[in-house]
Design a protein around this ligand. Structure first.
Ligand SMILES: C=C1C[C@]23C[C@@]1(O)CC[C@H]2[C@@]12CCC[C@@](C)(C(=O)O1)[C@H]2[C@@H]3C(=O)O
Ligand code: AKG
Ligand code: FE2
Length: 309
């Protein structure tokens, strides 16, 4: 079970950092090197693996860029499952090392994400018996769906006028983020505004995503976060975006619902929700909301005046 402080962190911050998490220092170094190697390729080479306009994987600006008029000061590379096709486009003769590191990272993150999901749900009194879709015939955690997002933020001569990655919530159950030893990630907290998440060597950041917000019936709100840029330092982050198995309809867990706490969200599959996010962005969560609270706001992230820079 998560200790009370971590359960508290989910409620209060929607994010926390973990150490002693079983991901080796070597693997964290290897993924950093793999990311830096990729982003330092010449532009015409990176564009060989460009994400197609209606595609999900490959090189390009963050998907949310289309909602903003200003360009963001970053490049991204999205991987779902095997990276081999894109890796071949990038390094026709020498793609093996990159693929090995990515696949190892995905394998280790999958295990960690499953453990974290149960720890977080445990802190709400939820056990494996309460989430049938997440458990296989032998009691094992079923493999979820996931995406790996490599983010590259070059040093920026005028950081006050640019944004690395604009404010957003992740459409996930949870996201595990590795940031190189350079600050940039900020989380938004009512009353405190934007708070920098300090990079701690070896630690990983865990963000609560929209699907956990739905599962917990709003008890653990997804965290609004962004990445700011730096005048002198290059920054790289690696986000493991973890969702439920494909086709599973996620809805508020019945143990967390009663006549005083009616279900706040309707059931959605991850792919349906990703489509909703692509269409409505920061209004996605409220678009699947069933009950509108009396204070007039739909969801917390709807009214922050999200800005790029
Ligand atoms: C599974 C996914 C979540 C994501 C959209 C995607 O299909 C692959 C990229 C993910 C990412 C990473 C950067 C921030 C984000 C909002 C974006 O634009 O692309 C997330 C998407 C998300 O969580 O909705
Ligand atoms: O670079 C960061 O710290 C944030 C990345 C992020 O939010 C994402 O990839 O979803
Ligand atoms: Fe994010």
């Amino acid at each position: 079970m998560l200790h009370p402080p971590e359960g508290h962190a989910c409620k209060k911050w929607g994010a926390f950092q973990i150490i002693n998490h079983s991901i080796s220092e070597k693997l964290l170094q290897d993924i950093e090197v793999a990311g830096k190697t990729l982003f330092s390729l010449p532009m015409q080479q990176k564009l060989k693996a460009a994400r197609s306009p209606d595609g999900v994987t490959g090189y390009g600006a963050a998907r949310i860029s289309s909602f903003f008029s200003k360009l963001m000061w970053s490049e991204g590379f999205t991987i779902v499952g095997s990276p081999i096709e894109h890796a071949r486009q990038l390094w026709p003769k020498d793609y093996n090392k990159f693929c090995e590191v990515i696949e190892e990272y995905e394998k280790e993150m999958e295990k960690l994400a499953g453990r974290l999901m149960w720890l977080i749900l445990g802190s709400l009194g939820i056990t494996k018996d309460d989430v049938k879709w997440a458990v296989g015939p032998k009691g094992e955690t079923k493999e979820g769906c996931a995406a790996l997002q490599l983010n590259s933020y070059p040093a920026c001569p005028d950081p006050g006028r640019a944004m690395g990655l604009a404010a957003h919530t992740d459409s996930t159950i949870l996201t595990i983020l590795h940031q190189n030893n350079t600050s940039g990630l900020q989380v938004y907290q009512e009353g405190n505004g934007w708070v920098t998440v300090p990079p701690i060597p070896g630690a990983l950041v865990v963000n609560i995503g929209d699907l956990l917000h739905i599962l917990s019936n709003g008890s653990y709100p997804s965290v609004l976060h962004r990445a700011v840029v730096n005048r002198t330092r290059y920054r790289l982050s690696v986000a493991y975006l973890y969702g439920p198995p494909s086709g599973v309809r996620v809805s508020p867990l019945s143990k967390l619902v009663d006549h005083r706490h009616p279900p706040l969200y309707r059931a959605v599959t991850w792919s349906e929700y990703l489509g909703t996010k692509a269409k409505y962005f920061d209004k996605a969560l409220s678009s699947v909301r069933l009950c509108v609270p009396l204070n007039g706001f739909t969801d917390a992230k709807d009214h922050k005046g999200v800005q790029v820079g």
